[in-house]
Design a protein around this ligand. Sequence first.
Ligand code: ADP
Ligand code: MG
Length: 693
Amino acid sequence: MRPQILFPLFTDIASLKGIGSKFEKLIIKLCGPKTVDILWHLPYSLIDRTYIPTIAQAQEGKIASLSVRVVEHFPQKTKKQPYRILVEDDSGQMIINFFKVYGDSIAKNLPVGATRFISGKIESFNGMKQMTHPDYIVRPEDAQKIIGIEPVYPLTAGVSNKMLGKLAREALARVPDFPEWLEPNFQKTHNFPSFRSALLQAHFPKSLADIEPNSLHKKRLAYDELLANQLALALVRQKVRKQVGRSLKGDGHLRQKVLADLPFSLTNAQKRVLDEISADMESSYKMLRLLQGDVGSGKTIVALLTMLNAVECGAQAAIMAPTEILAKQHLETIKPLCDKLEVRAELLTGRVKGKSRKLILEDLADGKIDILIGTHALFVDDVAFKDLACIVVDEQHRFGVQQRLALSNKGNNADILVMTATPIPRTLVLTAYGDMEYSKIDEVPAGRKPVDTRVLPLSKLQDVVAGLKRKLDSGCRAYWVCPLVEESEKTDLAAAEERFQSLQKLFGNKVGMVHGRMKETEKDAIMEKFKSGEITLLVATTVIEVGVNVPEATLMIIEQAERFGLAQLHQLRGRIKRGFQASNCLLLYGYPLSDTSRSRLDIMRKTEDGFEIAEKDLELRGGGELLGNRQSGFSEFKIADMSLHKDLLYTANKDAKMIVETDCSLTTPRGQALRILLYLFEQDDAVRTYLAG
Ligand code: ADP
Ligand code: MG
């Protein structure tokens, strides 16, 4: 349960004063639905209202606060003209302009003869100083209230800085002095303020230095956030670690036969990774290992050898793919190899139904099936193994962290290998998986031809189509990829369909189209046609991103390539990099092209190394977006910034490890404080699931 001390922060923002229902919606969109969300919405700049010149001294372009007397009003004659007011002090005169006039508010606020304290930007027009729509107009006795530094918040239309500042002050008033969760010596050496005072400093900066992400108070907050993240992952991991696994050490007879049968020998990277996996499986701990390997690095054979280790021990293994197509593809690779070994491999997806499903389930329960290949349908309730000892999850970043860990409860203390084709920089591995053991296939099989990648403007379309025709005529297969992003799905889909139709005019029934809106069965049918060669040009939105293997496809054209993320482009290009033939990738861009987009496309042209691309992407965009965060399940941090706070992450990682080692159920005073931290950063799942009591 959430600690009581946090209750005031976990109320709806509607509980804050002055939020009407319209404003509420805007704030929810901008910050989030809860009071605590406002705390994380930090100012990014400030306005200095400590400059108090006379009218004569006031410098153009600066924000000035000055005391003036109202001399005369000049109401607007036409709508286009401003309502002007002449004001003065002992040094001179200036004009205040209003383009919007609400009733008699101006006359009331600025009566002739009165003295007022105003604050805003000094401008000059026809040699006369002026101020348009002052930010503040107050009575002289209230001047002190506005002199000072004003935080500037990220805003959205309909929400003013003043409103947000007010909300923030209200939310901040609800932040109590929490018991300190940082280790005292650590806090001292880093000179970190308390959480509350760090938050106050972040919201009320005194100078631009206070805005910097590397100011002490921002670092403290970033550290808190990272510590919550790392501690949650460490707790999960501890739980998994405590579960006794089984020692699996096969005699190698099946694996040796497969290896002897392969037309190639394993790369050194594959061998090393297999050694790491074998060591895990042999130990009495339960394996939970992440295997990273770029597209085409040869993960499937590693998965098969891993599963065969379990089969050699007389147990069963399963491999789970994110889609039907991929499951079938695994079957096509794995089954022929298994047949020769008299190891029985079968496919079970949601589409295997009726009698054949019943038979498979029976044989599975009897232990007659050794390796089961499928989608997540493998883990519905009626699927019972006789003795499942090894699970491979070919995840392609589709399964969430929690889901993946839930898996560890299936099977008979099964060892788990999670494979991902998305190159993830170390920092992101840490924030998404914590200290999950991890292996990397950092080498592709020798002899692969590089992809010839070119970047072209869309205006070259005619040449591109002519080149495409030549390729298709010579018997090759090609992808034509159009973007489809959620925000502009309708227009994107229309554009993709239009492209499909225009290509169909040229190439007739040799063209097919798949997009994310189609039914899984429809998609599969088209994909099958593309695989068999009935279709030779496949127009697709990004659905082909996920691991589909058509070795004959050697040309990929990506339209509006600037709209794709680097990781996505890399995955897409991986689709034509599977054979030993030369292949081509054309990245077509539209105008205008931003500098960042240009750099991104340039990186694609220069390198095919997924890890290098991922690191560059991180530099260009910051971590959150790297994998297209929505589908990836990678968290975006509220305060921490992975391009700046890497060191803090590593420290938080060590800290979390130490905490779990010394106080694994968080019962010491510091442990209790850390529970608050976990809830504050909404790691509720970790606490509920992995901490007893
Ligand atoms: P991915 O890691 O993308 O899943 P795959 O396992 O599908 O890659 O392997 C891609 C291709 O490379 C397959 O055709 C596979 O047979 C081949 N392959 C795998 N390992 C090697 C190797 N060591 N040498 C040569 N080819 C290999
Ligand atoms: Mg694969």
